[in-house]
Design a protein around this ligand. Structure first.
Ligand SMILES: [Zn+2]
Length: 175
């Protein structure tokens, strides 16, 4: 043995594309979301973003950063404020390969249509587009929410891959 073997191999989330992170807030929590203000969170949420570059701006780079697998020097995106909170846990990630930024918005709109609940925080993750929000509140448990997100990607003309948190490297699970 030449050194420590990791518990699980690092997962490769892919090249350019769009992603939805399913998170659960395990209690009622007031969380400050940058300039948007302080909001009460509880239950399941999905956040949809895009990663259309290379390296740290690729799906693998961006999603790994969100999962805490890469060092995070500062809070940059709205979702960072949720993910750094100890009450927030990532339940899964749904990714689709795409070169088109507007797919991010289409998926967000589809999730709102399918979930039927109003945006919990206006303009969350949507400062550079006309969407009301890229954060959606979902009812039920993760097992019920994942198919909703998958359907939202399919309706945007994409071929989603679901990565449950059991596939993440060990360090991400405790998020
Ligand atoms: Zn948008």
């Amino acid at each position: 043995m030449r050194g420590k073997m990791p518990c699980k191999p690092a997962y490769d989330f892919g090249g350019r594309g769009v992603y939805t992170i399913l998170i659960k807030v395990n209690a009622s929590a007031f969380i400050e979301v940058g300039k948007l203000g302080r909001f009460k969170f509880s239950g399941l949420y999905s956040y949809t973003g895009s990663a259309l570059g290379m390296g740290s701006s690729s799906l693998n780079g961006r999603v790994s950063r969100h999962l805490g697998l890469r060092s995070q020097k500062r809070l940059r995106w709205h979702i960072d404020y949720l993910l750094e909170n100890p009450l927030v846990r990532v339940e899964g990630v749904i990714t689709s390969i795409s070169e088109t930024k507007s797919k991010e918005c289409q998926i967000s709109k589809n999730i709102f249509n399918l979930a039927g609940s109003p945006p919990p925080v206006r303009k969350f993750g949507a400062t550079d587009c006309s969407c009301e929000s890229h954060l959606a509140r979902l009812k039920g448990n993760p097992d019920r929410a994942v198919p909703t997100i998958v359907e939202a990607h399919i309706r945007a003309g994409l071929k989603p891959i679901t990565v449950p948190n059991s596939r993440f490297p060990e360090s991400a699970v405790s998020l």
